[in-house]
Design a protein around this ligand. Sequence first.
Ligand SMILES: [Zn+2]
Ligand SMILES: [Zn+2]
Ligand SMILES: [Zn+2]
Length: 269
Amino acid sequence: MDNSKFYLCSAVLLASSYLSLYGSLRHSHWIIWAIGIVIALGIIYVFYPHSWRYVINYSLIYSSSYSSILFIFLLAERHKLFILLGALSAIFSIYVAIKTLQEVVIKRNEVSDIQYISTGLWSLSLLLFIIFSASSAYSWVKWALAASPITPYIVFEGILIALIPYMLYIPEKILSLYHPDALIAEMLINCPNCGVPLITVQGTCPHCGAKRDFYYCDSGEEHFVKCPYCSGITNANAQKCEHCGEKLEILCKVCGRRATASEYLRTAQ
Ligand SMILES: [Zn+2]
Ligand SMILES: [Zn+2]
Ligand SMILES: [Zn+2]
């Protein structure tokens, strides 16, 4: 997804989500709420083909932190058991968030040969999402107890909606680079020419000296590299990958600069 497409579908996503928020505030407008939800989910499904299922994670995080606040601040007066339920909901919310974070970071690391995608801001938005879900629930409780106007609730819901396009954009970017073949290639490090197991050797980034694994065939006396694009094992001295035809350039995970496989192997023993 390029930037202009991202801005366009974020704008439509935000407009339909705000429409549904508006609809949710009045009982007579439930049809507006429903239309807004349907458009928003449709946009997510079409334009975030790899990451739409994260909506399920985010919904779980939202609803469990929301219910933890309801249990603790609204229902605990009726029965002490609700405090326990509130604590369990809060733990579940954090658990789903940590699982989501782990999954995205692991996949990010697996595609870092192709493109380095920072997940710092995304992690922050996930944290904010939990905090604002709880804040929104708390404002709703205050309003339901007639202790405060509805405005803070609307503001917090508005912030939550604003976070969604970015929270989907980063996983989408990562997953669209992700090929499950990368995992298979890890197992099959035999020489593509003569079939003997390849020896792992270390190449050096010509810019910063960072080490990186390459593969050497002892009988053919040739170096091989895992193509950063298709993960196929290909001759390191070739200009292009023999499987996918992409130019064999390696992105250094340390300094972020690119070099060819043969530049990396110049100092390899
Ligand atoms: Zn060989
Ligand atoms: Zn390739
Ligand atoms: Zn480097």
